[in-house]
Design a protein around this ligand. Structure first.
Ligand SMILES: [Zn+2]
Ligand SMILES: [Zn+2]
Length: 380
């Protein structure tokens, strides 16, 4: 993450760029590094990914403002720690996995931290963050996926008490079950009162004489969980699905946390996605560009026909309405944008050359003489 380039730098736009400017910079860059134009070029592929990633963030007002505030750390799962205290109580459905230094602040707001009022009261389970990579098509059409992960549950052997079956945990005599003790110290500023976790019971408020063997007295165990998740059609890279109750089980009768599944969408070898729209480059023969004609255009479902009008210049973009991706939670579909490049043959047969020379003469193109081969047979 450390050597990631600034997203504005990647798209070569100022920090003040408008949405339109960002969009047009993205199109230009995506076109420049499109894998179709650089087959087997790892460098171009990396650039292409970088451009996509930068656009994904800067085109979304919410993500852009997070990025402006926190930089790459806003999206780095390693920066904030996925299990920062009390995060599970935050119900915003935010797709951001890292909050930089915010973990502690949320901890204060939502009752995380080590000195809870009642260590044996109901506690909500932590939410669990996972990510899953799906194909471009799976994102476009939706899919069902199994997600496997580890979650913490209450020990089945002891029912979560931590005490061996047949025995009961005892209330800690040192703290009276509160889990914390208050000390008063006399200092030059007067009496200072501090509350610290009880060392006799480790802050749990209970003493377990005979620990449950299955969970070593913790009352909790970790287990593999397999869940089927419905991924809706139209989901985009970086969006998060919340599976309510899929996180860690709550302790002492508290509710379970959620599973937050962030979807990563693999880039397509041909299509570039921009929200619900798809962009692609297609090379057309120079003769089709000049005379007009019909070309086959790959779409997500099958090939479609596109009429190329007579005299089409290179880099002209055609819109195919409704041939894009279904919009999330809507029946509407985006469009397909086809950017045509006129293919100029690198080599001509002798016959072709004669015809092109004739055409050039007919069209009054004096340049034809200059490009005539000096040596015969060079173009065979
Ligand atoms: Zn147990
Ligand atoms: Zn205690």
């Amino acid at each position: 993450m450390a050597d990631k380039r600034d997203y504005y730098e990647v798209l070569e736009v100022p920090k003040t760029a408008s949405d339109e400017e960002i969009k047009s910079a993205f199109r230009k860059k995506a076109k420049q590094y499109h894998p179709d134009l650089h087959p087997d070029d790892k460098d171009a592929e990396a650039k292409f990914k970088e451009v996509n990633e930068a656009y994904e963030v800067l085109s979304n007002p919410d993500k852009r403002s997070k990025y402006d505030q926190f930089g790459h750390a806003a999206f780095d799962p390693a920066a904030g720690g996925s299990y920062s205290g009390g995060f599970s109580g935050f119900g915003g459905g935010s797709p951001f996995s890292g909050f930089g230094g915010f973990g502690d602040i949320f901890g204060d707001f939502f009752g995380g931290g080590s000195t809870r009022a009642n260590p044996n009261g109901p506690q909500r389970g932590e939410s669990i963050r996972q990510s899953m990579t799906i194909s471009f098509e799976e994102a476009a059409f939706g899919c069902k996926k199994d997600v496997q992960y580890r979650r913490e549950i209450n020990c089945k052997e002891c029912g979560g008490t931590g005490a061996a079956p047949g025995s009961q945990p005892q209330t800690c005599p040192t703290c009276g079950g509160r889990g914390s003790v208050t000390r008063v110290q006399n200092t030059i500023l007067g009496a200072m009162q501090t509350t610290v976790p009880c060392s006799a019971c480790g802050g749990t408020g209970k003493i377990i004489k005979e620990p449950c063997k299955a969970c070593n007295g913790n009352g909790r165990t970790r287990t593999y969980q397999k869940l089927e998740v419905n991924i809706p059609a139209g989901i985009d890279d970086g969006q998060t699905i919340r599976k309510s109750g899929g996180g860690d089980e709550g302790a002492h009768g508290g509710p379970a946390g959620d599973l937050l599944l962030t979807i990563r969408v693999k880039p397509h070898k041909r299509f570039v996605r921009d929200g619900a729209d798809i962009h692609q480059n297609i090379e057309i023969p120079v003769t089709t560009a000049m005379l007009g004609g019909t070309i086959n255009v790959p779409t997500l479902e099958n090939d479609a026909k596109l009429t190329i009008p007579e005299g089409t210049p290179s880099q002209k973009t055609f819109r195919m309405k409704g041939a894009g991706i279904k919009k999330l939670n809507s029946q509407e579909k985006g469009d397909m944008y086809v950017n045509v490049t006129v293919g100029i043959p690198k080599k001509l047969t002798e016959k072709e050359r004669e015809l092109v020379v004739k055409l050039a003469e007919e069209m009054g193109d004096g340049g034809a003489q200059k490009t005539k081969p000096k040596k015969k047979g060079l173009f065979k």
